[in-house]
Design a protein around this ligand. Structure first.
Ligand code: CAO
Length: 412
């Protein structure tokens, strides 16, 4: 007999849920109580068990679909050893009797999550995270449509154990600040929490060295003015950043160690022969680092256009997850805001990051000709992982980079 399984009333005022896992496909044989689907609403996550044994004929839903109470989920060709008899509603479909069968979700009540939690994970993963008091929003998701898998959770726990830290985020005692005055509590955004975790991990596990330097960008300034005019005609904003990206790529080619990663055991160096540059973008909900892929193959105008696009989409939360992955070196530019220098924190698994500060005109004394030359100077810093890069290499990189910015005639 062919039975259609429909979404039951989930209770608690929930009238729809998203499909977060499909554990069967047409042709699969299922037994009574096998979990066939996992659904998530904004209040609960629930496993849908099969109340029949038989062969799955058709699955009517896809991952991420929103399904409503009473909607058909799948059809099963039942076998004779079923524990239940059809009891809800009968319809005719072709020569076979089709029974609409409503299943009962498992543990819907215990799986309640706060309505602000936008993470997707199966009930098993949620249960484990609750037991270990792990905030799931801090766990990177590798599953389909951003779902946190069991492996993601295990990876997170392992990482914490390697760090020797506790799994819960805060190491401060609870303090009642209101005893000293009026206070306001604002929850951190998901981006801020994830970034904070990653930065803390990077700061605690990577031996950072930060090298400071200054580049004479007087010639680059003239070149930028020239290209800025050209860009304006096409509605493209040309800042200093595309030139900096070009010079960074040149330096990475000259000093490939800066374009590498340590493997997960910290025993092998993985040399990358691609040049994917992450750009730190300040957004209202926190710091986001989209990646410009294959930056070595892009022109100044092409990079400018891409920078405008990714920074706009970062600020309006329109970036796709894959646009935030695969970077080989990161640039954090505060040049449009101010400051003379800062110490950027490496973005793992990368081994180096450049921090760019605001340029200004300075009088530079030319000792040979005994004259003062007005020079447009860009201060910048380079933080690197001392396990991979030694100081001499760090200084060589910045020297080469500064020199590259003196001759931007090749940067088109
Ligand atoms: N020196 C002088 N002027 C600079 C400069 C520098 N180093 N860098 C940028 N400027 C100028 C730009 O040329 C532009 O001026 P014009 O309008 O005359 O062209 C102006 O400052 C504004 O630039 P911008 O910041 O909008 O553009 P950008 O390409 O330089 O940077 C982006 C883009 C996305 C990196 C930037 O907007 C941003 O979000 N920066 C913050 C990154 C951040 O928060 N990092 C910290 C991480 S560590 O906590």
């Amino acid at each position: 007999m062919l039975k259609k399984i429909v979404l039951p009333d989930l209770g608690e005022g929930i009238d729809s849920a998203d499909v977060s896992e499909i554990l069967i496909k047409p042709g699969d044989t299922v037994s009574v109580d096998d979990i066939i689907l996992v659904l998530e609403s904004d209040k609960a996550s629930m496993e849908i068990p099969s109340e029949n044994s038989g062969v799955v004929k058709e699955v009517f839903v896809a991952m991420g679909d929103e399904v409503k109470t009473g909607e058909s989920l799948l059809s099963i060709e039942t076998t004779s050893d079923n524990k239940d008899k059809p009891d809800i509603q009968k319809t005719e479909e072709g020569p076979k009797e089709v029974v609409e069968k409503s299943v009962k979700p498992v543990e819907a009540k215990q799986e309640t999550k706060p309505s602000t939690d936008k993470t997707f994970a199966s009930p098993g993963v949620r249960r484990l995270s609750r037991e270990l008091e792990i905030d799931l929003s801090l766990v990177g998701a590798t599953g389909e449509k951003g779902r946190i898998t069991k492996e993601d959770l295990h990876g997170y726990i392992k990482q914490k154990m390697v760090q020797g830290g506790s799994i819960t985020a805060s190491s401060f005692p609870k303090i009642d600040f209101s005893q000293w005055g009026v206070v306001e509590n604002t929850p951190l955004t998901k981006i801020q929490k994830i970034t904070g975790e990653r930065l803390q991990q990077a700061w605690q596990t990577i031996p950072h060295v930060t090298q400071f330097d200054e580049a004479d960008i007087s010639v680059l300034n003239s070149k930028r003015i020239e290209l800025k005019k050209e860009g304006l005609k096409k509605n493209i904003k040309v800042t200093f950043l595309p030139f900096i990206i070009k010079a960074v790529v040149k330096a990475l080619k000259e000093f490939p160690r800066f374009n590498s990663s340590l493997d997960h055991l910290g025993e092998n160096l993985v040399q990358k022969n691609y040049f994917n540059i992450g750009i730190a973008v300040d957004t209202p909900t926190g710091l986001v680092v989209p990646v410009i892929k294959d930056a070595d193959n892009k022109s100044v105008l092409g990079l400018s256009e891409e920078l405008m696009d990714i920074s706009e989409r970062a600020r309006t939360k329109k970036l796709k997850p894959e646009e935030l992955k695969g970077g080989s070196f990161t640039i954090s530019s505060l040049g449009g805001i101010g400051g003379t220098n800062f110490t950027p924190i490496i973005n793992p698994p990368e081994v180096a990051i450049m921090g760019v500060s605001k340029s200004s005109w300075k009088p530079l004394y030319d000792y040979k000709n005994k004259e003062i030359i007005p020079t447009f100077v860009m201060p910048y810093s380079l933080s690197y992982d001392h396990r991979v890069i030694d100081g001499a290499l760090g200084a060589s990189f910045t020297t080469f980079f500064s020199r590259s910015l003196l001759d931007v005639s090749t940067f088109e």
